[in-house]
Write a protein that binds this ligand. Structure first.
Ligand code: NG6
Ligand code: CA
Length: 503
């Protein structure tokens, strides 16, 4: 009897663990905005500390060779959601706030993979993939016809584009929140509408001045000039300082409501995009100005999500991933002194270029993942992985068949994602202005005309009329162009890039 009891007691934890392992894990993908390869202390930042995000590295896996497909937001997100390179479809560049939905509604999407596996799915945060029917003007005062709900999200709470673009309102599923029907919203990106002050005409009203020449000087909302003009919707307009808290509370609410069933949460942060407007607790906290302050706010947000997982007792069966949609930028349109106050902080770390660039700084991004039931803690991986691969990886994980016309550029790299293998994809095409192809440790950037430096943001674009070839194993900073030395390699890689582009 005693022996039997002992036996049961010893195997009981395994039974429970084994059972839990069978369960479908919750998946939370935290998508930060414009966070660079060198912006986190787990990636070498010394002037700023990100202890909550670093916890994911300690308790999970940290990737050194993880990528967004592109060096700006819309195309990177398009690839994440569809598994298709954004340059295969026209109109996938940075979208205005009144753009139509660019995700095809008849194709497989990442959230749909989770829905098909019986998950509840949510998109909380920045959207920036357009809304409504193609070529139709959005009526903000009626239910919006197409958006996150139509591409696989059961629940959505979001803003349409970026926080520097109108309309500056939150939308829950199809409806603008807090809208007074007697004060209808109108939005225009081609001409001034209404008679509200603009940053251009009334700079004295601004609490955060615009940088010269970037164009963040149209309608003023909350003391900040925006890109684009809007009228109406006064009550519905957000307060920038509250955005992080509003999104966090919606994310937490979704987690709470779905604690008992598997869920997929796409949590797309506004931080650290411009305008950088931290909430009161983070103002001045970083000693690095507003950009540093919103890094701390972002880190706090991640910490709150981790806390919520513990509180709901679902941390063990939750895979949580943190990554960024593109590389870093300091001056992206507002005079927030990011350049002056970031001295000694290398937002792109050892990488060349940043947001908008074809160099690694544009799209090699932080990627950390924790899943206590499946990922060994404290692992670093240099497997080549990309956000575009999530869809094929999870489809495979759930034993779902992917039709040949769906997610055409996505590869199953699940073993790499959870640290079971150090091998990811064999190649990757990325997009700054120019396209590049990475194969193993070699990277080829196709020739492209255009400025070598984008002056507004002071970014090295990667444009060069000559082919560029870098050996990333020796030269991660892409300083030494080896194209002349290895013409055969250039030829082979450019042919491969062409072949995939035409495929
Ligand atoms: C650029 C904006 C920049 C930012 C970016 C989108 C100008 C000069 N600059 O066009 O401020 O809004 O678009 O950023 O307009 S992203 O992270 O969403 O791609
Ligand atoms: Ca971005």
């Amino acid at each position: 009897m005693l022996l039997r009891l002992l036996f049961v007691l010893t195997i009981f934890p395994f039974l429970v663990f084994g059972q839990k392992k069978q369960q479908k894990p919750n998946v939370i993908f935290i998508y930060a905005d414009d966070v660079g390869y060198g912006d986190l202390s787990s990636y070498g930042a010394a002037k700023i500390k990100t202890p909550n995000i670093d916890r994911l590295a300690k308790e999970g896996i940290r990737f050194t060779n993880a990528h967004a497909t592109s060096a700006t937001c819309t195309p990177s997100r398009f690839a994440l959601i569809t598994g298709k390179y954004p340059w295969r479809q026209k109109g996938t560049g940075v979208l205005p706030g009144d753009a139509s939905l660019i995700i095809p509604t008849n194709q497989l999407t990442l959230p749909a993979v989770f829905q098909n596996a019986g998950y509840k799915t949510a998109s909380v945060g920045k959207w920036h993939l357009g809304l409504g029917e193609t070529n139709k003007q959005i009526d903000w005062n009626k239910p919006i016809t197409k958006g996150p709900n139509e591409v696989g999200f059961d629940y959505a709470f979001f803003f349409p584009a970026t926080s520097d673009r109108v309309p500056t309102v939150f939308i829950e599923n199809h409806d603008v929140q807090g809208l007074d029907i007697n004060d209808p919203i109108e939005v225009d990106y081609s001409k001034q509408i209404g008679n509200e002050p603009t940053g251009k005409e009334n700079p004295e009203l601004l609490k955060l001045p615009a940088s010269p020449d970037h164009g963040h000087n149209n309608t003023i909302v909350n003391g900040i000039g925006r890109i684009g003009w809007m009228t109406g919707g006064k009550q519905a307009r957000w307060t920038d300082e509250e955005i992080a808290h509003v999104f966090l509370s919606k994310a937490e609410q979704f987690m709470e409501e779905n604690r008992a069933n598997p869920f997929f949460l796409y949590f797309s942060l506004n931080d650290i995009h411009v305008p950088r407007m931290p909430s009161t607790p983070f103002k001045g906290k970083s000693q690095m100005g507003l950009r540093g302050d919103v890094i701390l706010q972002m880190d706090w947000t991640v910490g709150e999500i981790l806390k919520k997982l513990d509180e709901l007792n679902i941390a063990d069966q939750t895979l949580i991933i943190f990554s960024s949609d593109n590389g870093p930028v300091l001056d992206d349109g507002y005079a927030d002194k990011a350049v002056e106050l970031s001295k000694g902080h290398h937002a792109a770390g050892v990488l060349r270029g940043g947001k908008y660039s074809a160099f690694e700084g544009g799209s090699r991004v932080p990627w950390l993942a924790r899943w206590p039931q499946a990922i060994k803690p404290g692992v670093t991986s240099d497997a080549l992985i990309c956000q575009i691969d999530l869809i094929a990886s999870f489809a495979q994980f759930f034993h779902q068949k992917v039709e040949s016309e769906d997610a055409v550029d996505s590869y199953n790299v699940m073993d790499a994602l959870i640290g079971k293998s150090q091998t990811g994809r064999t190649f990757l095409i990325k997009q700054g202005g120019a396209l590049s192809i990475t194969q193993g440790t070699w990277k080829y950037i196709e020739p492209r005309e255009g400025k070598a430096v984008q002056e507004l943001t002071n970014t090295e674009t990667g444009n060069n009329v000559k082919p560029q070839l870098y050996d990333l194993s020796k030269d991660i900073g892409e300083k030494d162009n080896l194209a002349d030395k290895y013409p055969a390699k250039v030829k082979a890689m450019s042919a491969e890039l062409e072949r995939i582009r035409e495929a």
